[in-house]
Design a protein around this ligand. Structure first.
Ligand code: ZN
Length: 290
């Protein structure tokens, strides 16, 4: 709409690349998250430059007469604008931008100019500007650390159940199979979208429950800390089969084997008792059916 009134608005459309690229989007977000710190530092820089402008306007006005005898400190605002612009852009601070030979070594203003140049460079360029860049760099590196942490977590912990990769590899059917088939994030997303698309009357009881919990932003319908493949494999090791023999080498395994043998003996004894009872009731031996 703005482009219809002025053609210079069209170049700003190039800024639409910012939300399109995730890296740029994250940089902007990192800067906005630290906007308070950045703004406070900038305000402090402006205040310090203003103080130096007052100093220069009061005592060093000859130094602000630069090329072509233009007076860049005709009033306090002009003095501040010159200090702000040229002082920040000059590598050695405002002292590099001012006229070098404005004061002689023997004059009374010499030491004033000396300390003006030196302290302005140390405080504004050496300390405050570095502090500002440091805050920005810290914000960006913090964002990078956060992204790496999320990336690492995403590749080592199941997004659905929260079970770690090691446990799934050793107790389950493998990490890749788990995240691609058993707890596929895409499948869960499709399921949630599917529930959203259905009308209330089309939902079965399970879907109704999930939809209700989802609507209140509860996630307790996810199998947190549970996975069928892990559950399936663990009892197998405790069964009467060969897995019991594998555990026999450990103390815990011996305890389980002894318990199983005791249980087996009890079952055999119960079979004998039932057989005797049937014999007694029928008056004749019965076929061994158990
Ligand atoms: Zn999982």
């Amino acid at each position: 709409m703005v482009g219809l009134t002025h053609y210079l608005a069209y170049p700003f459309l190039l800024l639409t690349i910012v939300p399109s690229w995730s890296v740029l989007r994250n940089i902007i977000r990192a800067l906005f998250n630290n906007a308070r710190q950045i703004m406070q530092t900038i305000v402090l820089i402006i205040v310090i430059i203003y103080l130096y402008s007052v100093w220069g306007f009061q005592y060093l006005r000859e130094s602000f007469v630069m090329e072509n005898d233009v007076d860049n400190c005709s009033d306090l605002l002009n003095c501040f604008a010159t200090s702000f612009s040229r002082g920040l852009r000059a590598f050695g601070g405002i002292g590099d931008a001012l006229t070098a030979n404005a004061v002689n070594h023997g004059s009374s203003e010499y030491w004033g100019r000396y300390w003006y140049d030196l302290t302005a460079f140390l405080i504004i360029n050496g300390l405050l500007l570095c502090l500002l860049w440091g805050i920005i760099m810290d914000a960006l590196s913090e964002m990078q650390r956060e992204r790496n942490s999320i990336h690492q977590e995403f590749n080592s912990i199941c997004f659905v159940c929260g079970i770690n990769k090691f446990e799934l590899e050793t107790k389950g059917r493998g990490w890749k199979r788990h995240i691609q088939e058993e707890h596929s994030v895409a499948d869960y997303m499709c399921y949630l979208i599917y529930i959203d698309e259905k009308t209330k009357t089309e939902l079965n009881s399970l879907e109704t429950y999930v939809k209700k919990r989802k609507d209140v932003h509860a996630v307790d319908f996810f199998p947190i800390g549970k996975a069928m493949s892990v559950r399936e494999k663990e009892p197998a090791r405790d069964s009467l089969g060969s897995a019991a023999g594998q555990n026999a080498s450990t103390t815990g395994g011996n305890v389980r084997v002894e318990g199983i043998e005791e249980l087996r003996g009890m079952i055999i004894e119960m079979r004998e008792q039932i057989r005797d009872l049937k014999t007694h009731i029928n008056g004749a031996p019965v076929a061994q059916v158990l």
